[in-house]
Design a protein around this ligand. Sequence first.
Ligand code: SF4
Length: 62
Amino acid sequence: MAKVTVEKDKCIGCGACTATCPEVFDFDDDGLAKVIKDEVNDDVKMAAEGCPTEAIEIEENN
Ligand code: SF4
């Protein structure tokens, strides 16, 4: 099982994650990123690594 979260306190709404992985990240009404699908794949990992503020957290409990 995995869980993806965006820490809104850290997100600056740069759009990198929504560009890298639009099937999992989208903008919320407040202009910050939100998770629309709880799935962890390579694109999600790339988005987490590419986030400039490290706002994306991936929990993997196997
Ligand atoms: S890459 Fe990070 S800072 Fe940019 S929109 Fe996504 S979560 Fe927010």
